[in-house]
Design a protein around this ligand. Sequence first.
Ligand code: CUA
Length: 351
Amino acid sequence: MALEITNILSFGCAVLKTALLALPAIAAELPEHRITNIFEPLATPAESEKNIALLVIAITGTVFVGVAGLIAYTIWRFRQPSHEPHSEEPPQVYGSNQIEVAWTVVPILIAFVLIGVSARVIAAVENASPPQAALKVTVIGHQWWWEVLYPDYGIVTANEIHMPATADHKNATYLQLQSADVIHSFWLPQLSGKTDLIPNRTNYMWIDPHSPGIYLGNCAEYCGTQHANMLLTVVGEDPKDFKQWTIEQQKRAVDDPQGSEGKAVFESLACVNCHNISGSGQASAGAKFGPDLTHLMSRKTLGTGVIKNTPDNLRAWVNDPQIAKPGCLMPSMRLTPGELTKVVNYLETLR
Ligand code: CUA
């Protein structure tokens, strides 16, 4: 028995050591620091949520300091004197109506104040209408990536949501949130609170980033093995840059001779059952099980934010996605080195 425990312990230590050794390597691969701060809001909904968070922290902090202070004072004030080690119990107080009423009514009042102010802010954020010219974007959660549609532009993309960002509050993005499988949650701490994506239901939210930049977030509802690697990237852009991006995204995939051999390999494999590349022939038309690859190289990351989109990473990812994202639904196609080179060359033409 003791031997078993020792074995388990040493196995645990070995696993921990491997994990710790692997950590710096993984962290170096991550594109940016992913944990963003709800106390640095950069959009209207996030600002109201920060204010309410501060108020709630102030109220609950005061309660904590009051209660903990009283307990500490009581422990100190009524400690057993050292010169009188076996003193009697102090008088016990029962049935004091004043004390009972005070410690029942005061917490109830505090709870109602907290419920009231929170409900008011939630209602204000949910009921606020976005500006007239809001951009419409549909986000569909999948295990473990985000499908992103721009219905007014006919754009289909994945994992990276581009939207205009201006300080004048005139540009907002109205999001329709859906799910293709299980419940996910859309969370960009600097832009807004969390909203669930639920199968057979559409939820809505709107955000208006106040300055161009990259906003990071992640899925905030456990949705399976790779939930932690279901990362979100919002690229807030100057309206002119956003317009340019939409023009590029509306184009069909380029027909670059560099990729023709790889394209033939790609189309001969099961890749086309999951990934659409517009203009790559009938086989992949409408395939939605995996991200649309028409403009793959315009995106900053692979595997939904797990690794940077570099040529080496792309090759490693196509060779075996299970290394960077174990459990993800894309299998290794077990390509020969020659086929792999051709397919990667083709994918690199998809700008
Ligand atoms: Cu999707 Cu967690």
